[in-house]
Design a protein around this ligand. Structure first.
Ligand code: HEC
Length: 100
């Protein structure tokens, strides 16, 4: 019962470090080399604005379909629905809620 949670935060962390941190940064604060050359820059998950703006539903959609006209590409062909859920869950739980 205690393990019924379908979202595996370890998996989410692995995915984040493998595929997302180059642009979004270890802590999700968007302070990366890539951020200097990208316009618009990668989302800073740690900002108050992002916390208000980014609902779980929106994040899942953005990761699945990408953000048109930005470096944020669609991941649906590379990650499963569960993996996308796991990485979004990781960002929300570990990066967006952590104190600055
Ligand atoms: C090549 C750089 C790059 C990589 C790699 C990348 N992102 Fe992004 N990401 C961006 C940029 C740039 C934006 C800002 C898009 C915008 O302003 O609309 C963004 C925005 C986002 C957003 C917010 C979208 C919204 O609705 O505003 C989420 C969530 C996100 N990324 C998650 C991820 C996840 C999860 C991964 C790894 C699977 C990832 N990103 C990998 C560049 C990247």
């Amino acid at each position: 019962m205690a393990f019924a949670d379908p979202v595996d935060s370890e998996a989410g962390r692995d995915i984040f470090f493998k595929h997302c941190k180059a642009c979004h940064g270890n802590k999700g604060d968007g302070k990366t080399f890539a951020a200097n050359v990208l316009n618009p820059p990668p989302k800073k998950f740690t900002s108050e604005k992002s916390k208000q703006q980014l609902t779980e539903k929106r994040m899942i959609r953005s990761v699945t379909e990408g953000r048109k006209g930005t470096a944020m590409m669609p991941w649906e062909s590379r990650l499963t629905t569960q993996e996308i859920q796991a990485v979004v869950d990781y960002i929300r739980r570990k990066l967006m809620n952590s104190p600055q």
